[in-house]
Design a protein around this ligand. Structure first.
Ligand code: ADP
Length: 545
């Protein structure tokens, strides 16, 4: 017998329809690239997205399946492009401006981008690259006529507001299959070439629905949300879908992501929820430390993910500023949310120290994500919080393959995706990342977690940033070297760092040496580039005991 419910494909434009119809007056506040703060409503977003879709169809010949790129900060025009082009059936390819030139050329050509929508900030990049991008027909500059650059070397340039002005605000969305592709985002490719993750309408809508839930982002219509995490990185963690779905006010930070600028938006817009990688929060907390009169009276919760949340950071938010922290783990391939560290009802009577331990972990999956850890022979490992193995996931908002059939080794016949992370899962179901599989330090046949070493070192006064890498060792195969950036104006020594770490990690995990450097290399998504660091220390000799 067939169910007799309506067939209502999960299309991204439904999110916008809902926001415009039932939360039409809610604001989207953007710090514009041209300068002033811009305000519009969800109703405006709907009108303008339809106009953009209609104009893109007419003038850019955009249609179902066209791949069109954006290189833009978080702002209202970027959202109009997402909803407009996705609604049309086109695929929005978000470009990360921090990628190296060669990677950008590679991914634009690999994706066969037809047009590039760009913020004013990035014109110099494309002036240099345009001759190497044969599939790109031209550039839409995301500004109005008054701010269009004079004398740009870019060929075939269109002014965004002029394009949009030629569109029909009453444009009717085509009815698409919910499995139609709508987004493309390349992983930054710490090894090999970047690989394309292709989102569908269905995966984006399902993911946003689960992410708004009370045990996830707990988004509601009274929230004011500031996604500092960029729209060019893994769907801005879905906030540009889940906020309109919940009717939350959105605050979009544009290009200014330093501590003072983020604080200003949190304060003036009375933000209740915000999300970003630890680097951003480090800058905000430093700004607050330097200005002790500043407080965070409106902020209720901060989502920290993309890299492990250090304990001092979580304690500063919770204990000093009274802001709850949700530690989250995810990947571009997972749309991107995987787990969140939200304590369960059954854990509420745990002693405070235990609660802290769990909260600092990467957390547990919500509905829609299946997760396991396995050994190298694909045997499932126990949830005892001690044994660590390869972390594998599956679910309706998780990649089933990469674009154009690359990276097949990451997917198995039963639909499990190997995340490349190594983790434990404890009896509460809380997962803790111990490493990336390629970064784990293999000493005497056992694994040492580089992340645990870094976390242990980070609590030491005078340590600003720390990275642990394995260096070749004649007896043990590999031994850890800790690379440290000192806090400005401090003179912390190797012995002080090691003394601080003693007792926090197993004795045989202790680094064989500590090297002090001025800077640690980062990837395009702001993570420590272990690859470059290992290269830098290739000829380094660890002291022999
Ligand atoms: P990219 O790999 O392109 O930098 P992703 O966001 O897809 O961008 O990176 C996903 C990886 O980031 C994960 O596989 C994991 O290694 C790391 N990561 C994400 N969140 C956390 C977290 N909370 N703690 C530790 N590592 C994390």
């Amino acid at each position: 017998m067939k169910g007799l419910m309506q067939d209502w494909p999960l299309l991204v434009h439904r999110v916008l329809d809902h926001a415009a119809r039932w939360h039409g007056e809610r604001e989207i506040v953007s710090r514009s690239i041209e300068g002033p703060v811009h305000r519009q409503s969800y109703r405006d977003l709907d009108r303008r997205s339809r106009a953009l879709a209609s104009a893109s169809k007419k003038h850019l010949k955009a249609k179902k399946g066209s791949v069109i790129a954006t290189m833009a900060w978080n702002g209202y025009r970027h959202m109009e492009i997402w909803y407009g082009l996705m609604g049309l059936g086109a695929v929005v390819h978000t470009l990360n401006p921090r990628l190296f030139t060669e990677q950008l050329i590679y991914i634009i050509n690999h994706a066969e981008d037809q047009w590039i929508f760009t913020d004013l900030t990035f014109l110099p990049i494309f002036e240099k690259l345009q001759d190497k991008l044969p599939t790109v027909k031209g550039f839409v500059v995301m500004t109005d006529r008054a701010h269009m650059p004079v004398g740009t070397k870019l060929s075939n340039v269109i002014c965004y507001e002029e394009l949009l002005g030629q569109g029909d605000e009453g444009f009717a969305w085509p009815r698409l299959d919910e499995n139609t592709a709508c987004g493309l985002c390349y992983t930054s490719g710490t090894t090999g070439n970047p690989k394309g993750v292709v989102y569908s309408h269905r995966s984006n809508v399902l993911h946003a629905m689960t992410i708004t839930g009370a045990d996830a982002f707990a988004l509601h219509s009274r929230d004011t949300t500031l996604p500092v995490v960029p729209m060019f990185h893994a769907n801005a963690w879905s906030l540009t879908f889940s906020c309109p779905m919940a009717g939350a006010k959105l605050v979009l930070p544009g290009a200014k992501l330093d501590g003072a600028s983020v604080f200003e938006l949190l304060d003036t817009e009375r933000v209740t929820m915000t999300a970003a990688v630890p680097t951003i929060w480090l800058m905000l907390l430093q700004h607050l430390e330097q200005n002790p009169t500043l407080k965070l009276p409106y902020l209720e919760r901060v989502l920290i993910g993309g890299a492990s949340c250090p304990e001092p950071m979580m304690r500063a938010f919770i204990e000093t500023y009274g802001v709850d922290v949700i530690h989250a783990w995810g990947m571009t391939e997972m749309s991107p949310m995987g787990t969140l560290s939200r304590l369960k009802g059954s854990m509420l009577d745990l002693p405070p120290a235990e609660k802290w331990k769990e909260k600092l972990k990467q957390g547990r999956p919500g509905f829609g994500i299946d997760m396991k850890i396995t050994d190298d022979k694909n045997e499932e490992l126990p949830h005892d919080g001690k044994v660590f193995g390869r972390l594998k996931v599956r679910g309706p908002a998780i990649s089933s393959a990469y674009f154009k059939g690359e990276g097949v080794a990451a997917f198995d016949a039963d639909g499990w995706f190997d995340t490349g992370d190594v983790s434990t899962i404890d009896e509460w179901g809380f997962m803790q990342i111990t490493d990336r599989s390629k970064d784990v330090i293999k000493s005497g046949g056992e694994w040492i977690s580089s992340i645990d070493l870094e976390n242990a070192a980070l609590g030491c006064a005078g340590v600003a940033e720390a990275a642990a890498i394995g260096l070749p060792h004649p007896k043990w195969d590999e031994r850890p070297l800790l690379v440290v950036v000192r806090k400005a104006g401090t003179e912390v020594s190797k012995d002080e760092v090691l003394a601080h770490m003693t007792g926090k990690v197993a004795k045989w995990w202790m680094p064989d040496d500590v090297a002090f450097v001025d800077d640690i290399p980062h990837t395009a998504t702001g993570k420590i580039s272990k690859l470059q660091l290992r290269e830098r220390f290739r000829n380094y000799h660890l002291p022999t005991a």
